[in-house]
Design a protein around this ligand. Structure first.
Ligand SMILES: Cc1ncc(COP(=O)(O)O)c(C=O)c1O
Length: 390
């Protein structure tokens, strides 16, 4: 029977993962996420693996705003946006996002995964081409896959000469779409936005930047990779998450000119066929953005923590790429070895996750250290002490 085949295949895969030390154990937290968190069976550990870059996930005002949202609007609308699923708090968060990232309008989705899939598959026409950086996030890759009738191409990571050659090659396409992460999630490097903007203008291409790891993190006021690169308000289309620096709950957005947003409202499948962002998240994420606007010193603290952590790890002999982002990968190579090191760090009370295939290519397993503004000097000292012992 076919089910037997499936069961055997699955058991073999899972056994293989266990035997080779690559099986992912899921830790269970029993507290909010701050600089530390309570992990079941481990006690209080230092968190160096979360995207809670600005430490807003447990901020009292963010939590209170979520509760107020729940009380004012209820658990949800039991509807998609165009039926009866658009609440005033959706419009408010969308205005707030647009103001924060420097576009005329924005539209929210339940995640940035959803936003990327919605955007790419909706805007791409049959006579267009999608040209994507090879290290783009999986949601961009899947978004491109969904655009089945559109030609697709990939350029070597941040290689502008290759991108330019591809733009020339696809000169006859109706629209050329270039898609990049603002900050690459596994490498922690920043996209070469000034050059990308210049090339896209020269070849009349439209640039899409997913700034999920840049928003709240890069730029003096946390407005993301465009601000960091002196290009605030100059990117054609931005996507991003509300599930990292901006409150950490969930939610994603597309920020762009009004005609792009109207097209998505009218045509994007996740918007037409799936429920809207819950009111709790719309309200808590809006409060998170307001706090970032009000307290740019949070962003400055994050930047100082990033510098301190990078300097400390480099002084211990770890080989790091220079980058201003809050993502610091430590290359290990072998996945089992990376997982072993991550377990050892956990024993030392520091939560750092190992990433292996299929999240990163085979043989390029790594530990990914992530820095937060929630960390105080003594937390960083504790982390560096653990890395010293490692
Ligand atoms: C670059 C990038 N885009 C999109 C996402 C997905 O974000 P969300 O959790 O909101 O779906 C992530 C999450 O890891 C990401 O790193």
């Amino acid at each position: 029977m076919a089910t037997d085949v499936f069961t055997k295949r699955t058991v073999d895969l899972l056994t293989g993962l266990r035997d080779s030390g690559q099986y992912k154990e899921f830790l269970t937290l029993s507290s909010p996420l701050g600089a530390t968190a309570a992990v079941e069976g481990r006690g209080e550990v230092l968190v160096l693996c979360s995207n809670n870059y600005l430490g807003l996930a447990d901020h009292p005002e963010v939590v209170a705003a979520g509760i107020e949202g729940l009380e004012q609007f209820g658990a949800g609308t039991a509807s998609v946006r165009f039926i009866c699923g658009t609440l005033s708090c959706h419009r408010q968060i969308e205005e707030t996002i647009a103001r924060f990232v420097g576009t005329e309008r924005s539209l929210t989705y339940v995640s940035c995964w959803n936003a990327n899939e919605a955007l790419i598959s909706t805007v791409a026409g049959e006579r267009d081409v999608l040209i994507s950086d090879e290290l783009n996030h999986a949601s961009i890759i899947d978004g491109c896959r969904l655009a089945r009738k559109t030609a697709r191409d990939i350029y070597r990571h941040s290689d502008l000469a290759v991108l330019e050659a591809k733009l020339k090659e696809h000169a006859d396409r109706e629209v050329r779409w270039v898609i990049t992460d603002g900050v690459f999630s596994m490498e922690g490097d920043v996209a070469k936005l000034p050059e990308l903007v210049e090339i896209c203008r020269r070849y009349n291409a439209i640039l899409i930047v997913d700034d999920s790891h840049g928003i709240g993190v890069l730029g003096k006021t946390g407005r993301g990779t465009p601000e960091h690169c002196g290009l605030f308000g100059q990117i054609d289309i931005l996507t991003g998450t509300l599930g990292k620096a901006l409150g950490g709950a969930a939610g994603g957005y597309v920020a762009a000119a009004p005609h792009v947003i109207e097209l998505l409202e009218q045509r994007s499948r996740p918007s037409l066929f799936s429920n809207a962002l819950p009111a709790t998240v719309a309200c808590s994420a809006r409060k998170a953005i307001e706090i970032v606007e009000r307290e740019p010193e949070r962003v400055a603290k994050l930047h100082a923590n990033v510098r301190r952590m990078r300097e400390g790890l480099a002084a211990l002999g770890f080989d790091l790429h220079d980058s201003p982002t809050a993502i610091i990968p430590i290359m290990i190579g072998d996945a089992a070895e990376a997982i072993k090191k991550s377990r050892r760090l956990m024993e030392l009370g520091v939560m750092v996750i190992a990433f292996g295939y299929p999240v990163v290519p085979q043989g390029q397993a790594r530990l990914r250290v992530q820095v937060s503004a929630a960390l105080e000097e003594h937390h960083i000292a504790r982390a560096l002490d653990a890395f010293g012992k490692l």
